[in-house]
Design a protein around this ligand. Structure first.
Ligand code: C2E
Ligand code: CA
Ligand code: CA
Length: 684
């Protein structure tokens, strides 16, 4: 098992004082009750055969290794001794069986370091189980003789059913009363528990028969008992493995979700200081480590990160690895955002000192997104989603952490709009979603060199919803990927249709940072290009500067792959972010788009004009194509031509329009060239 196994998830790992008290209570209680039974029913213990004593000794011996099906509930303990005590109850009756059971249970109680309360609970359950079995056996007049017949075998099964009802029926009734009639959680675990219990019980009469026929046969039966033990253990291991991250040994996403559900996130805590906060940590630049040093080193680094996090997080909180370089901490005692921020700082500090991987010092930092449980409660999935949104927000702003704010306007996802969009995306074709295309014109020749695909949504009630409003709603959610997939498929199939008509324009698609963080977008594009037989150089992706800056290394990986495939990358909204020249040089970019805020102002504002001029010069020197967007008038267009800008996009030439209209527009279009009158050259 991994290095950073959580202490709190180990059975019996905590509360050693109460465990010691529990052991004393179990042994003391068992001795006292056994002595009382002996005193009250001396007849029951007279003339017991050797077979009884063999069974009794075996019961005590096997309970040194009780089975724990789930380590959170006392009711999920299976005592292997029930095999022998069930045999005893059938052959010698309730009192001796109970005496042996209690003694065996004391052995198990000491081994499991149970609390006194749990030990008592278990004792009551088993007494009730044995009593039920004894009752059925007694009512039916079952007494095991040397050669049991079919009806006796059936009665044994009935007695074992009674045993199970006696144990779990009592439990179900009491837990219903305690929880006010709520359904007990995770019923699927019962399957294993009942199967193991039934196997043990039904083995009982067989051991008994063996003991009565000849004691030499008993060791043979023990092998079967061992098999049951192995079965339960491996099923338990499987269950545990499904909740543990194999690399780091931390609990995984499933465990986190179970833990949130268990701690009652759905209801929200009545005590504000006991609210939960989920802190999602995404390592910055982890890809670089992986690429530069190899996956083995990357793995070792992840293990060390896991260890550090596990070391600083108190036992009542949970550290999980969500996958890749994403970790999360579920803090369970947070009274508000300030406390959550303190935890985030604490976690960031823990990662502050460099890590040593094979003697190589590596600096690691993480962007942390924080989501707080609301008063109304939120489920694990919602908390994760919110923490993720906050994490992207932190990355985007270059901040160490961000708290998810329901009321900050970029985070007020209009949930009905989101739901409508998701519903629409589930349809084929997506209802109301459309792409408009806006031409891009080469300034020198007036030729149409490309189009930019721009999203429009005709909402059934709200009318046309613009992309900015739409994106504000979806960008922070996983729906963004679905939306981008639709846009990509639509644009690439449109390119194929244009090709069939003999038009080879290039189309640009806008993608968000979330799309580029998904590892598979390059593959998805490759598949689509192949399916529609569209050459890669007809597709271009536009990435905004801020998206790129959010986590350049992570994005770099994806855009490098796209570049190798032949898909060009355009840096959108250039000038609004803070990308350094250094970056521009290192990135596989084909094009820079000057943000329309500068272009719109350049005719009137000398500052804007200067910025545009310098961006063009810079891009030129780096060998990049420059596109000016937001070209609304002739004056701007001419200024751009004078500055040597390559292409223009804007209302001066055309507004974005549906594909069907574009065909007509292209047919009517006469290229304009600066210095000439419109219509001087023929189209295409
Ligand atoms: P953007 O990528 O900067 O797109 C250019 C925007 O400028 C478009 O707004 C376009 O209609 C507008 N525009 C074009 N010419 C002119 C002009 O001469 N003057 C003025 N004032 N504006 C002009 P739109 O279509 O509303 O799109 C807004 C933003 O939404 C886009 O900005 C882009 O960031 C985003 N977006 C649009 N479609 C998609 C998409 O499919 N996926 C993603 N991820 N984002 C998209
Ligand atoms: Ca764009
Ligand atoms: Ca733009």
């Amino acid at each position: 098992m991994g290095a950073a196994q959580q202490r709190s998830s180990m059975p019996g790992g905590r509360g050693s004082v109460s465990a010691r008290r529990g052991a004393v209570a179990a042994v003391g209680g068992a001795l006292a009750v056994d002595a009382a039974l002996w005193a009250l029913f001396p007849g029951q213990f007279a003339d017991l055969e050797t077979a009884f004593w063999v069974m009794a000794v075996l019961a005590l011996a096997v309970d040194a290794r009780p089975y724990v099906v789930a380590n959170r509930r006392a009711s999920s303990v299976i005592l292997p001794s029930i095999c022998f005590t069930f045999g005893i109850v059938l052959a010698w009756g309730f009192v001796p069986a109970l005496a042996v059971q209690l003694a065996a249970m004391a052995v198990a109680g000491v081994r499991m370091r149970q609390s006194a309360r749990r030990a008592l609970h278990l004792a009551v359950q088993h007494a009730s189980a044995l009593a039920s079995a004894a009752l059925v056996a007694g009512l039916a007049g079952l007494r095991i003789g040397r050669e049991p017949d079919w009806s006796e075998a059936l009665l044994m099964i009935a007695a074992s059913v009674a045993w199970i009802c006696g144990r779990y029926g009592l439990d179900a009734v009491s837990s219903r009363v305690l929880t006010g009639g709520r359904k007990p959680k995770r019923p699927e675990r019962w399957g294993l528990e009942w199967f193991a219990t039934a196997s043990l019980l039904l083995l009982g009469p067989i051991v008994l028969a063996a003991a009565q026929v000849g004691l030499a046969l008993v060791p043979l039966v023990l092998l079967a008992l061992h098999a049951v033990h192995r079965m339960v253990r491996s099923a338990g291991e499987y269950e545990r493995a499904a909740r543990v991250d194999a690399l780091t040994g931390l609990p995984n996403r499933r465990a986190l979700q179970a833990s949130v559900a268990e701690r009652g996130a759905g209801r929200g805590s009545h005590r504000p200081e006991r609210r939960m906060a989920l802190l999602l940590l995404d390592l910055d630049r982890f890809r670089t480590v992986n690429d530069a040093l190899g996956h083995a080193h990357g793995d070792r680094l992840l293990i060390q990160v896991a260890q550090r996090l596990a070391a600083v997080v108190p036992p009542h909180d949970l550290v999980v690895r969500l996958g890749g370089d994403e970790f999360a901490v579920l803090a369970t005692r947070v009274d508000g955002p300030a406390a959550a921020r303190r935890i985030a700082t604490h976690l960031a500090d823990a990662l502050g000192a460099p890590f040593a991987v094979d003697g190589l010092p590596i600096d690691v930092s993480a962007s942390i997104g924080i989501a707080l449980q609301s008063e109304r409660g939120s489920d694990g999935a919602a908390l994760l989603r919110q923490a993720e949104a906050a994490m992207y927000d932190a990355k985007q702003r270059g901040a160490q952490f961000a708290v998810y704010a329901r009321d900050a306007d970029h985070h007020t996802p209009d949930l009905t709009l989101l739901a409508d969009l998701r519903r629409s995306l589930q349809q084929e074709p997506a209802e109301g979603l459309m792409l408009y295309y806006q031409p891009q014109i080469a300034i020198a020749t007036g030729e149409v060199v490309g189009v930019e695909a721009l999203l429009r949504w005709q909402h059934p009630d709200r009318g046309m919803v613009g992309p900015e409003e739409l994106l504000r709603v979806v960008e922070q959610t996983p729906v963004m990927r679905l939306l981008t997939s639709r846009v990509l498929a639509e644009v690439i199939s449109q390119l194929a249709a244009w090709r069939a008509d003999g038009r080879t324009v290039r189309a640009s698609v806008n993608v968000s940072v979330r799309d580029l963080h998904a590892a598979d977008i390059a593959e998805e594009i490759q598949t689509l290009l192949l399916r529609y037989a569209v050459p890669a150089d007809q597709l271009q992706l536009e990435i905004t500067e801020s998206a790129l800056m959010a986590d350049p290394h992570r994005v770099l990986d994806t855009i490098t792959r796209l570049d190798r495939m032949g898909v060009a990358i355009s840096l959108d909204d250039f000038g609004t972010g803070y990308s350094s020249l250094q970056h521009l040089r290192r990135l596989p970019l084909a094009e820079v788009k000057i943000d329309r805020s500068f272009v719109l102002g350049m005719a009137a504002d000398r500052g804007d004009a200067a910025i545009v001029r310098s961006v063009i010069a810079l891009a030129d020197s780096l060998g990049l194509r420059v596109v000016a967007e937001g070209v609304e008038d002739e004056r701007t267009w001419k200024l751009l031509a004078a500055d040597g800008c390559h292409a223009a996009q804007g209302w001066f030439h055309a507004r974005p329009m549906p594909a069907a209209e574009l065909a007509g527009w292209l047919a009517r279009y006469r290229p304009l060239r600066p210095g000439r009158e419109p219509g001087a050259l023929a189209a295409t």
